[in-house]
Design a protein around this ligand. Structure first.
Ligand SMILES: [Zn+2]
Length: 303
């Protein structure tokens, strides 16, 4: 099983690796969340969709070989082409369809750092692999710093940057009227500890801040789309945030007590969150938090 999960994780983060994956049997499943709002599930990151009289907006677009299936799933709701694609971050399971949608005329939006990382080779130390630069048509055309707002399909979509969370280019998308929130990989609801991409500027403190940002926007009724896994509730996001805060406190205490990583791991600090089938193992998650707290990213400058 372990090799299977490693393969899944590799595929999950890198489009070039995914290009060799067989998607012929993959299905795109649609769940309606509100009038004009849907989520599309498939092998990659969850896709948010806003549709209606003004045009289709996609939040992330999975892998390139899935574009035709994604287009068919959208057409079942609205036959218009995709007008905008918003990327929640640069990883290939969320941006792999960019080139196809860009060539079809979609305007791609993302945080400044998403474009920066997609224009240069990215070394992913955790997986001993290098992701090459993306072709021009795959790159975000409109980039933003703190965020951007779309006034479309009778709703207001707030796109808000989450600094140094899962990566350094994360954004959430909040449908103000429809009461839907897409958190990208800053929130993954699955039987695994979260993946913090330290090499891409992610951090535990940023991930906690991202969860709190989502909670500040969410009401008990809010439908929350995680980066992966089924649609979640505010209570799920609270539990996730509390887990992150608890693990961070334990790791910080160990660092303050001058424990080595091996000593900390031996004390099984996250055993109460045992997730036997998770692809990020307990020891890996503890190492990531330990490394993150030992080497925090530079504080963002204020505007
Ligand atoms: Zn990701």
């Amino acid at each position: 099983m372990r090799a299977h999960f490693v393969a899944l994780l590799l595929a999950a983060i890198a489009a070039p690796a995914a290009a060799q994956q067989d998607f012929s049997k993959a299905e795109i499943k649609t769940e309606l969340l509100a009038p004009g709002v849907a989520v599309l599930f498939g092998p990659g990151g969850n896709i948010g969709l806003s549709y209606g009289e003004d045009g289709n907006v996609l939040i992330d677009d999975q892998y390139a070989p899935l574009t035709d299936k994604i287009v068919a799933a959208i057409a079942a709701l609205d036959p218009d082409p995709v007008k905008f694609v918003i990327n929640t971050h640069w990883h290939g399971d969320h941006t792999g369809g960019n080139e196809n949608f860009g060539k079809r005329g979609a305007v791609i939006l993302a945080h400044d750092n998403v474009r920066t990382r997609m224009t240069t080779a990215q070394v992913m130390k955790a997986f001993n692999m290098t992701v090459p630069p993306s072709p021009k048509d795959a790159l975000p055309v409109v980039t933003f710093g703190d965020g951007v707002t779309l006034h479309i399909n009778g709703d207001t979509l707030h796109v808000i940057h989450l600094a140094h969370a899962h990566t350094d280019g994360d954004a959430l998308v909040h449908w103000q009227k429809a009461d839907v929130l897409h958190m990208g990989d800053a929130f993954m609801l699955r039987d695994s500890f979260p993946f913090i991409d330290l090499g891409s500027g992610g951090s535990i403190d940023g991930l906690i801040a991202a969860a709190n940002r989502g909670l500040a926007l969410a009401k008990p009724s809010t439908r929350i789309i995680p980066g992966h896994g089924p649609v979640a509730t505010r209570a799920d996001l609270v539990a996730y945030r509390d887990m992150l805060v608890d693990v961070r406190a334990k790791v910080a205490a160990a660092i303050a007590a001058k424990q080595t990583l091996a000593q900390l791991q031996a004390s099984k600090p996250v055993a109460r969150y045992a997730m036997p089938d998770g692809f990020v193992k307990p020891d890996q998650f503890v190492e990531t938090v330990y490394t993150s707290l030992s080497n925090p990213p530079p504080a963002p400058h204020s505007h």
